[in-house]
Write a protein that binds this ligand. Sequence first.
Ligand SMILES: [Zn+2]
Length: 117
Amino acid sequence: MTFFDVPWEVGKEATEAIGTSRNEVLEALWDWYLRTPGAELPERPPADLLEGLFSKWQAREDGIRELALTLACPTCKATSGPCLAGKAKKPKDDLIHRPRLAAATALYDAQQAGIHH
Ligand SMILES: [Zn+2]
C-alpha cells in the first residue's frame, strides 16, 4: 500500500460524520507531533463507521475496475480485458491505464447517480 492508495474519500466522510474535517484532524495531529502545548490527539471515528465506509469504498473501487475492463483503452488500444504492456503488447494482469480508469470512474459515478436519484 502506498501513500496514494490511502482512500482520502473515506477520511472525508468519516471526519464529516463526527463533525470535523480532514484538515482539522491533520492540523491536530501536527500540533500533537510538534508537542505544541495543549495539543491533543484528535478523536477517531467509531470502528463500525469506518468498516462501513471502507467496504463502500472497496465496492466502488471494484466496480470501477470491472467497468474499466469493458471499455476501450485510449492508451494501449485494448478493447476489453486488461491493458496491454511491453513491446509485444501483451495483456498484463491488473494493468489499467490511467485514462481508461478515469473514463470508467466518470461512467461508474454517473451510473450510480442515475440509480440513486
Ligand atoms: Zn491501456
